[in-house]
Design a binder for this molecule. Sequence first.
Ligand code: HH2
Length: 274
Amino acid sequence: MGILNLTPDSFSDGGLHRDPCAVVEHAEGMESEGADILDLGAESTRPGALAVPVEEERSRLLPVLEALRPRTRLPLSIDTRRAEVARDALALGADWINDVSALADPPMASVIAESKACIVLMHMQGEPSTMQDSPGYEDPVAEVKAFLERRMAFAVDSGIEESRILLDPGIGFGKRVEDNTALLRRLEELAALGRPILLGLSRKSLLGHWIEKNGGSDEGPGSRDPATAAAVALSQSRGVSVHRVHEVRYARQALAVHAGLSGRPAAGRKVSGS
Ligand code: HH2
């Protein structure tokens, strides 16, 4: 899953992709590099980010979606917590809703139920503006798993078929290093819920933490694509189905290495030369 952030303030690529033509070009590049799906987000959910007014989110997202939809056959996912934005995006041809709040906006469940869209249910403790202030868990894996199970049951009770649901532990969303690490080490326990796992580790500070801890020097989000690729390969072997990444090229290479070493073919499209 290639990330297309339409925000001025995303933690690693804020401000890069606001012009619809530039976004379409970037999307086409990701498609040729082997993306199977594109994720468009118009509200940053990095730690400390404030919610943007709904009209602002709409005006960042909808013109880009309108320009992009006829230019790609890839499924388009919309990273939004707002039911009204999701409704408009689905009307313009979006295929997935990536909801980092797992259907917290009351009308969201019925918007999804009335569509054919897939829905990503992600775990987050708190809200982006304050989620890293003092996160805490007794057993992060058990708590995240129980949360995802509850939200999946709620989605199904609301009329969303289970076959349309993906689950995400929400790396960095109200979690300390030790919580993220436990979740990544025990991904199989989340995969046991029986739905595909989506993981968003790309360029996150956890990677920088590990680089520094092991004698390296972290040079910020834009320098973390090799570390992201390593995480993609390792998490693939722990049952992850969808990798949300900024640099599709490196993720594809990581999956190719995983396929070679494991003897299992890489899932998704085959791209010549990649
Ligand atoms: N992470 C981010 C945003 N959306 N969605 C899912 N399902 N899982 C994630 O881990 C996830 C996500 C944060 O990354 P990014 O989009 O690069 O930054 P920002 O939120 O600052 O735009």
